[in-house]
Design a protein around this ligand. Structure first.
Ligand code: SAH
Length: 234
């Protein structure tokens, strides 16, 4: 695809949607998602609809629809569109589902989840990112996504159980507290691995009787899921 490079001196474009951005999304869905095997109609539709460029900082907005992850500050990245679509497809969402995401980052994945589920809760450990994601979600019409600044290792006990949980940062092993917060019959999708070289996408299913089973999808590279630092003692 021809991608004109805007001059670096161009002023930041306002975070609005346009016919040009919609064309970029249609092309992204065709050339990145469908070509790589994403099939679920609702997932493709959500990826066509959510204005990905409105969830990235001004400086990288021209690259928002590229086939890659992009830095969004504070050590976080917005995942590659294909990975967002794959994880969303694997989550197998139904319109009545209550979903928890760990690692709000830009808020983009949360917006995709909000297109497909009834209620979305998302936890972010970097306060600045949580604030920015709340703002960008509201501006794009997803104010109903609940963003909490806090440690995802604890989950969101007051709202548990969740029909689905998606972790978008990689823990060395999937936290037990999060598996506990999956409803019977529910599913959790997460990258897992102690180092970026060894991460794999894992699917955890909880049967109606509470039995937990795991399967492995593809190798992935996510930023590590970090524990919240202990408070400094006075
Ligand atoms: N889903 C995001 C991508 C997030 S990148 C998006 O759509 O843009 C991973 C994010 O996880 C980073 O923002 C990072 O700060 C956050 N994170 C890392 N450890 C965490 C933890 N223990 N709890 C909550 N968020 C965490």
């Amino acid at each position: 695809m021809h991608r004109p490079e805007p001059p670096m001196s161009s002023p930041p474009s306002p975070a609005v949607d346009s016919a040009q951005h919609r064309d970029l999304r249609l092309e992204m869905v065709r050339s990145q998602l469908q070509m790589q095997g994403i099939k679920k109609r609702e997932v493709l539709e959500a990826m066509r609809k959510v204005p990905r460029h409105q969830f990235v900082p001004d400086s990288i907005r021209p690259y928002a629809y590229r086939d890659q992850a992009l830095p969004i500050g504070f050590g976080a990245t917005i995942s590659q569109p294909y990975i967002v679509a794959l994880m969303t497809e694997l989550l197998d969402l139904k319109p009545w589902h209550k979903v928890l995401e760990i690692g709000t980052g830009s808020g983009y994945q949360a917006a995709i989840l909000a297109e497909l589920a009834k209620a979305v809760y998302s936890i972010e450990i970097v306060e600045e990112l949580a604030i920015r994601a709340r703002r960008d979600l509201a501006a794009a019409g997803y104010a109903r996504v609940q963003v909490r600044y806090g440690d995802g290792y604890l989950g969101w006990p007051e709202q548990a159980p969740f029909d689905r949980i998606m972790i978008t940062a990689a823990p060395p092993s999937i936290p037990e507290a999060l598996i506990e917060q999956v409803a019977p019959g529910g599913r959790l999708v997460a990258p897992e691995g102690a180092s970026p070289q060894t991460q794999q996408l894992i699917i955890v299913d909880k049967a109606r009787d509470g039995r937990v089973s795991r399967s492995t999808s593809i190798p992935v590279i996510f930023v590590p899921m970090v524990p919240k630092p202990a408070p400094v003692k006075p």
